[in-house]
Design a protein around this ligand. Structure first.
Ligand code: SAH
Length: 466
């Protein structure tokens, strides 16, 4: 390991001044940082040019005077010229730590990139060598910590004595704090108000005391359509927390891989021809795992509440008294709409959007097809790829115009997304072959407003989405 040339520390500035010499953009950058502290921030410059009005900063528009450094804890020099030189000399003479913007050789200290969730601060420093890298690392850490994390940290601080008095076992206490900082309920309560946060935290404490030990939980998590960057931050965080990840066949490896490295992974995928779990077995499995005190991430493609059999799993969890929460995800229909720039609702064209199955309902399910055909709304049909021509036929048979625009997106939301466009008529007449992968069928006049320029056609016949 290389050695550091700087010493990382948190420096007290409360009740002191931070003096910034300069009045331009560079000074503004430092003001932004300095005003995050309780120090009195002062800028001194003959030319105050940037707009400092949004910050609690004292503006001194004149030449620098040595007395400006009275009571200063830190000095930033963010301009060049005689004032700058005077300020540097004065700071050095007084032994006040100095930062000269963009001149590492003249700096006594560097400002790290920070992730701030006061009172929690994470500083990332490259000792001035690679600020871009430091910012990149910072962005990653930002994504890991919910915005209210600092408030949760304060909450944990306030609850400390109480927790110690009711949970005596150290390991159990740690589990409580872990649960506290990762609970979506506490997170949203804290965001609402401190009292709501306190209430949720105490509720959780009671649960832990009652359980006496680790209590398992099941998170039903939407994995989105299959690209790792279409996962929510909350999903990512809980995947990192989970002891076990139970996932479906449609959830791609890249997403499953985002879990903790040592988490157990169980594929309950319903791959054709392979052994797979029945829904009843999955229900039993998640109840059993959580019953053993494990934190279970139940990963489903898209959104868990849309054709995800979440209803059955939730009712099993309720029956067993296992705590659970749901993390929404981007459903395939919305990814398909995004890929093809299709506004599923459109003023004057489509006043609504229906997510429906193309499969669960067969020919005999007249009501289903009649309702869809007559709705006049944009339809997103799931699980219909292998019967796409039949689906078009049924809609037409139930009164939809054969000229209704249709778009099919296979592998929506993924790098290899492939679109097909046409009308109900041309889909009926088409050869019904598409590339491999799950597909969404979008139907309705609003589809024509999308960008289907790159879309293939259903057959060789002439049809077109305008
Ligand atoms: N809960 C999921 C749907 C699961 S049902 C969601 O909200 O998206 C499985 C069906 O979803 C597939 O048959 C297909 O119609 C659709 N689907 C899932 N992922 C898809 C994707 N990446 N592109 C297109 N359709 C997809």
């Amino acid at each position: 390991m290389g050695q550091l040339n700087t010493f990382p520390l948190s420096y007290k500035v409360q009740g002191l001044r931070i003096v910034i010499v300069g009045g331009g953009e560079e000074a503004l950058n430092k003001v932004r940082l300095a005003t995050k502290t309780t120090a009195q921030v002062v800028i001194v410059s003959r030319h105050i040019e940037a707009d400092f009005s949004g910050f609690a900063v004292k503006q001194v528009e004149r030449a620098f005077e040595p007395a400006d450094l009275d009571g200063a804890a830190l000095v930033f020099v963010a301009e060049e010229g005689v004032d700058a030189e005077l300020a540097k000399a004065e700071a050095r003479a007084r032994g006040i730590p100095l930062n000269v913007v963009d001149v590492p050789a003249e700096c006594d200290f560097y400002t790290p990139s920070i992730v701030e969730r006061a009172p929690l601060t994470i500083a990332i420093s490259s000792e001035g060598n690679a600020p871009v890298l430091a910012r990149l690392v910072r962005a990653r850490i930002e994504a890991m910590l919910p915005p209210g994390f600092g408030k949760i940290a304060s909450l944990a601080g306030r609850l400390r004595q109480r927790v110690e008095s009711v949970i005596h076992d150290g390991a159990a206490r740690r589990r409580y704090y872990e649960a506290l900082v990762t609970s979506p309920q506490v997170e949203s309560a804290v965001a609402a108000s401190p009292i709501a946060g306190q209430y949720q935290a105490e509720l959780l404490l009671e649960q832990h005391v009652q359980a006496g030990s680790a209590k398992g939980v099941v998170w039903l998590i939407g994995a989105g359509p299959g690209s790792e960057d279409l996962l929510t931050l909350r999903a990512q965080r809980l995947l990192q927390e989970a002891d076990v990840i139970v996932y479906d066949q449609l959830v791609p490896t890249v997403v499953v891989d985002m879990g903790r490295r040592d988490a157990e992974r169980i594929d309950v995928g319903k791959a054709k021809g392979h052994h797979s779990f029945s829904q009843a077995q999955i229900n039993t499995l998640i109840v059993r795992l959580a019953g053993q005190g494990k934190r279970v991430a139940r990963l489903k493609s898209g959104d868990p509440m849309v054709f995800g059999r979440a209803g059955e799993e939730i009712s099993a969890l309720r029956k067993a008294g296992i705590p659970y929460s749901i993390v929404p995800g981007i459903s395939a229909a919305l990814a398909a709409a995004a890929d093809t720039a299709t506004p599923v609702t459109l003023r004057g064209v489509s006043s609504g959007f229906i997510m429906a199955t193309a499969h669960g309902a067969d020919d005999s399910d007249l009501q289903h097809w009649a309702a869809l055909a007559r709705s006049g709304l944009t339809l997103a049909l799931y699980m219909g790829k292998s019967i796409a021509s039949d689906v078009a036929g049924r809609l037409v048979a139930h009164g939809a115009s054969p000229l209704t625009p249709v778009g099919i997106v296979v592998n929506a939301g993924r790098p290899d997304a492939t679109a097909y466009g046409g009308t109900l008529r041309s889909l009926m007449d088409g050869d019904g072959t598409f590339v491999d992968g799950p597909a969404i069928i979008l139907v309705g006049e609003a589809v024509a407003a999308g960008d289907w320029a790159a879309a293939a056609q259903f057959s060789a016949q002439n049809f077109k989405v305008a």
